[in-house]
Design a binder for this molecule. Structure first.
Ligand code: DGT
Ligand code: CA
Ligand code: CA
Length: 384
C-alpha cells in the first residue's frame, strides 16, 4: 500500500514537471451547427426558423436520420442521429420548421474555403474533420496567451467576414483542453484557458466533457462517486487503471488534470471516395451483406478508375438499426486499383465486423482513401 502511494506520488510529480515544461499555445476550432449553418448562408431567410439537415434513406417517406440542426431546432430536442420522423413530430407545432436534404458537395466546398483561412493562422495545421481543426500557434503568438486571444478573435472575425459564419475556438496549452474549451461557450464562443487556470476550469465540468468518455464510462465512474471532473482527483492512479486498464485509465487520470502531450500533427484534408446504401432490409446475414458489398465495391472501383486514382486504404461502414455507426478499415501493403483486392479486403473486414456485431445493419458503405495518381505508373493496365 505504502509502495503504491509512493509510486502514485512519483507519477504525479513527473506529470507536474511535464506540465511545467509544456509551454505551447494550441487552438481547437469547431464550426457551430455546421451543415445547418451552411444552409443558412445560402438562404439567410432560414436563420429565424428551426432548420434540420436530413439524410434521407432510399426507403422512401421520412425514413432516415437528422445529420444536424440549428440552435432554434435544438430547443425542441432535434439533434444529430435522431430519426427524421421523431424530429418532425417534435417540431409539429412549428409551421416554419424546415427539413432539408444533406448536400455534402456544397458543405465540402465551404469546408475547403474555411480550412484555407484557418491554415493561414497556424504554425502547424491538423485537419480533423469537415468543420474542425487543431492549430499549433506557439510561434505565431510568441507563446503569449494575450496575443493568442487577439489572434483567435482575428480568426473568428475573418471567418465571419469572408464566410458569414460563426465558429467556436478553444485556446490552451494542449489539444485536450482546447477541445473541451471550444465546446464550452458554443455557439460563437472563444474560451481561453491559461495554464495556471487549468484545474479551476476543469473542476466543475461534467465528466462527460472529457472527449472519449461515453455513457458507459460515465456510469462506472458515477458508481465510484465521481460526477464532476474534480471528483476524479480523489481517485489514485491505480484505482483508475485497475478499473479501466492501463491505457484508458492513464488517459482519464491525465485528462482530469488537464494533461495532454499529444503534438499537433500536420494533416491536410484527405480525399476519399465512398458509396453507401440503405439495405432492402435490416440484416446481419453475411451472404446478404456480401452481395450488397460487392455492388458497392464495383461502384467505388469505377470512381477510382475514372479519376485515375490508386487507393491504399480500404474501409467499410455500417449504420446500425439504432442509427449508431461503425467503421472498419485496413491499410494495404501497396497502392492498387485492383477490384478483386478491394472485394477480398472488404469481405474480410465484413467478416471481422460481424464477429462482434449484435445489432442489425441498416446501411452499408465502402470507402477507399490514401489515394495516389495512377499517372507515372509504368504499366497502368497491370493493376486491373
Ligand atoms: P455543434 O458543433 O454542436 O454546434 O454542431 P455541429 O452540427 O457542427 O456538430 P459536430 O461538430 O459534432 O458535427 C459537424 C457536422 O457533422 C454536422 O454539422 C453534421 C455532421 N454530423 C454530426 N453528427 C452526425 C451524426 O450523428 N450523423 C450524421 N450523418 N452526421 C453528423
Ligand atoms: Ca461543429
Ligand atoms: Ca465537429
Amino acid at each position: 500500500m505504502v509502495f503504491r502511494v509512493l509510486i502514485d506520488q512519483i507519477v504525479i510529480c513527473i506529470q507536474k514537471l511535464l506540465l511545467i515544461m509544456e509551454n505551447r499555445v494550441i487552438f481547437h476550432i469547431d464550426f457551430d451547427y455546421f451543415y445547418a449553418q451552411c444552409e443558412e448562408i445560402r438562404n439567410p431567410e432560414l436563420k429565424t426558423k428551426p432548420v434540420a439537415v436530413c439524410i434521407f434513406s432510399d426507403r422512401g417517406d421520412d425514413s432516415g436520420a437528422i445529420a444536424t440542426a440549428n440552435y432554434k431546432a435544438r430547443e425542441y430536442e432535434v439533434k444529430s442521429g435522431i430519426p427524421i420522423k421523431f424530429a418532425k413530430s417534435r417540431l409539429k407545432d412549428r409551421q416554419d420548421a424546415i427539413f432539408l436534404p444533406a448536400d455534402f458537395d456544397y458543405y465540402s466546398q465551404i469546408s475547403s474555403n474555411a480550412m484555407d483561412i484557418i491554415k493561414s493562422f497556424a504554425d502547424v495545421f491538423e485537419y480533423v474533420g469537415r468543420d474542425e481543426a487543431f492549430l499549433d500557434v506557439t510561434l505565431k503568438t510568441k507563446n503569449d496567451f494575450q496575443n493568442a486571444g487577439h489572434i483567435a478573435q482575428q480568426l473568428k472575425n475573418e471567418i465571419r467576414q469572408k464566410l458569414k459564419m460563426t465558429c467556436s475556438i478553444g485556446v490552451s496549452p494542449n489539444k485536450l483542453l482546447s477541445k473541451i474549451a471550444s465546446d464550452y461557450e458554443k455557439p460563437d464562443g472563444l474560451t481561453i484557458v491559461k495554464p495556471e487556470y487549468t484545474v479551476n476550469f476543469l473542476s466543475k465540468l461534467e465528466i462527460r466533457s472529457i472527449p472519449g468518455i461515453g455513457k458507459k464510462t460515465e456510469l462506472i465512474l458515477g458508481e465510484m462517486n465521481c460526477k464532476k471532473i474534480e471528483d476524479l482527483l480523489n481517485l489514485d492512479f491505480f484505482e483508475i487503471t485497475n478499473k479501466f486498464g492501463r491505457k484508458t485509465g492513464t488517459y482519464i487520470y491525465n485528462a482530469a488534470r488537464g494533461i495532454d502531450l499529444e503534438p499537433v500533427k500536420e494533416k491536410q484534408p484527405s480525399i476519399q471516395f465512398s458509396k453507401i446504401i440503405t439495405l432492402k432490409k435490416n440484416s446481419k446475414n453475411f451472404e446478404f451483406l456480401r452481395e450488397n458489398l460487392l455492388k458497392l465495391c464495383k461502384q467505388v472501383h469505377d470512381i477510382s478508375v475514372n479519376k485515375h486514382q490508386m487507393f491504399r486504404s480500404v474501409g467499410i461502414q455500417f449504420v446500425n438499426e439504432d442509427l449508431t455507426m461503425k467503421t472498419k478499415s485496413k491499410m494495404l501493403k501497396n497502392p492498387t486499383v485492383n477490384l478483386e483486392e478491394l472485394e477480398k479486403t472488404t469481405e474480410q473486414l465484413l467478416l471481422d465486423a460481424l464477429d462482434e456485431q449484435e445489432l442489425l445493419i441498416r446501411r452499408l458503405g465502402v470507402r477507399i482513401s490514401d489515394l495516389s495518381d495512377m499517372e507515372g505508373q509504368s504499366s497502368i493496365t497491370s493493376y486491373f
